[in-house]
Design a protein around this ligand. Structure first.
Ligand code: HEC
Ligand code: HEC
Ligand code: HEC
Ligand code: HEC
Ligand code: HEC
Length: 222
């Protein structure tokens, strides 16, 4: 550029241009990533059932043997995350039961080497969404409301879309989804058939447990 050419734009505009270009390129990329991440199968796809490193079956251990969810997912009433059981929990039984079966090879390896089994996460919200198990379980929301009939699943699969609309739908109207707290892991629990009795139970549990779910953005985006 000839130094005598009058400047059409002040010098700083060069840097501003860079900023605008960066914005044009990166903002959509960022939004795209956000949407792509949010739409990952673990979040929105119902029926997502990844293959696990061990063919562990809830149908066998819960449906047939009758183990309670909390035997393995022992933090579910106390914390945000429902613990996936460490190998020792499996070995409580499997040092004696089927100690040599091929299907437990990876469990034995983990036990001997002291490194965890790499279970694949099935339900997985995007990082920008916050969930808390204990808040739900202690308010009388049963596992089956969100996870379906796990006691029948040989392989765990998602039965709900885990979308924001799904969360809000219940937060706005939780009554029909509540049960007595001591029934949260009972997969056979059913609300009263009679709709008036059902509504009355929902109202009384809502009062009793002081249930008032938030719909402010900051409840789930913090
Ligand atoms: C003997 C231990 C054991 C018991 C009892 C048990 N689970 Fe699990 N659960 C596991 C293991 C191991 C995994 C990880 C592997 C898998 O996804 O199958 C798991 C995974 C899950 C998942 C998927 C986690 C994810 O990654 O999204 C859900 C949901 C679940 N369990 C719910 C339940 C419910 C509900 C009950 C009671 C009705 C229950 N479990 C009882 C061991 C157990
Ligand atoms: C309370 C005892 C108990 C616990 C705890 C337990 N299991 Fe089992 N498991 C059993 C029984 C009983 C069977 C069925 C044995 C049979 O069919 O004869 C079984 C069967 C299995 C099988 C099928 C094996 C085959 O060859 O058919 C796998 C795989 C398995 N368990 C994995 C696990 C894993 C992984 C854990 C820990 C997350 C676990 N189990 C915890 C009692 C238990
Ligand atoms: C209100 C819905 C809801 C209820 C009720 C619920 N869960 Fe979950 N669960 C979820 C969501 C959502 C996730 C995924 C959380 C994430 O990715 O941050 C999840 C994840 C899990 C996981 C994987 C580990 C984790 O915390 O991310 C296990 C295991 C699990 N749930 C077991 C249970 C059991 C057992 C119960 C009942 C005692 C239960 N859940 C009740 C919605 C629910
Ligand atoms: C089936 C009904 C139901 C569904 C589905 C549900 N919730 Fe909730 N949620 C509740 C109830 C009931 C409470 C307890 C409110 C109370 O104690 O006042 C709660 C509480 C919470 C809390 C704790 C709020 C606080 O103030 O600490 C968070 C966070 C939350 N929910 C997030 C979510 C997210 C994220 C989803 C979707 C992935 C979801 N919830 C789906 C019923 C539900
Ligand atoms: C009860 C929990 C909850 C509340 C309250 C909530 N969100 Fe969300 N939001 C979620 C979950 C879960 C996702 C992830 C869903 C997905 O992956 O599609 C999400 C996703 C989003 C996204 C990503 C794009 C999309 O739609 O997937 C935006 C933007 C968003 N929320 C904004 C908001 C705003 C603004 C508010 C307040 C008006 C709000 N959310 C209140 C649970 C909540």
């Amino acid at each position: 550029m000839d130094s005598k050419t009058p400047l059409m734009f002040p010098k700083w505009s060069n840097r501003a241009t860079v900023g605008v270009v960066l914005g044009i390129v990166f903002v959509p990329a960022y939004v795209g990533l956000l949407l792509a991440y949010g739409a990952h199968p673990t979040t929105l796809y119902v029926g997502y059932a990844p293959e696990q490193p061990v063919p562990y079956s809830h149908a066998q251990h819960v449906g047939k043997l009758g183990l309670d969810c909390r035997y393995c997912h022992f933090t579910v009433e106390k914390s945000a995350v429902a613990a996936i059981p460490p190998t020792e929990v499996c070995m409580n039984c499997h040092t004696a039961i089927l100690p040599n079966t091929a299907k437990l090879g990876e469990v034995r390896r983990s036990h001997v080497e002291g490194t965890p089994i790499r279970w694949v996460k099935v339900h997985d919200l995007p990082d920008y969404a916050y969930f808390h198990h204990a808040a739900h379980v202690n308010a009388g929301v049963g596992c089956s409301e969100c996870h379906g009939p796990v006691q029948q699943m040989a392989v765990v699969q998602t039965v709900q879309p885990l979308s924001m609309a799904w969360c809000l739908d219940c937060h706005r109207n939780p009554e029909s989804r509540l049960r007595p707290r001591d029934q949260v892991t009972n997969m056979e629990w059913r609300p009263p058939e009679d709709s008036a009795a059902r509504a009355a139970l929902g109202r009384s549990l809502r009062d009793k447990y002081h249930v008032n779910p938030n719909t402010d953005c900051a409840t789930c985006h913090r």
